[in-house]
Design a protein around this ligand. Sequence first.
Ligand SMILES: [Zn+2]
Ligand SMILES: [Zn+2]
Length: 85
Amino acid sequence: MARKGRCRCGEMLRFEKGPQGYKMRCPGCGSVVRLRVDGGKRVHRPATLQCPCGAVLVIGGVKSATCPCCQKTLLVPIEPKSTGD
Ligand SMILES: [Zn+2]
Ligand SMILES: [Zn+2]
């Protein structure tokens, strides 16, 4: 299934799904563009966060989580990502 996406240079690209997802080289600027697909069905390993009390929380797509053991609210560190625009 092909999807449309836009490169940061403004070029409209048509992505074909490959083994590594929607990824291709922009003919306009030559940079490799990866299309983000919403609602991915395939979930990677769930991210976990360890509370200072020792409990390990499973977090998924949330910015904060409450520890079930000590009720402490933990902020989920956000990985730096290079985003377009
Ligand atoms: Zn481009
Ligand atoms: Zn805790």
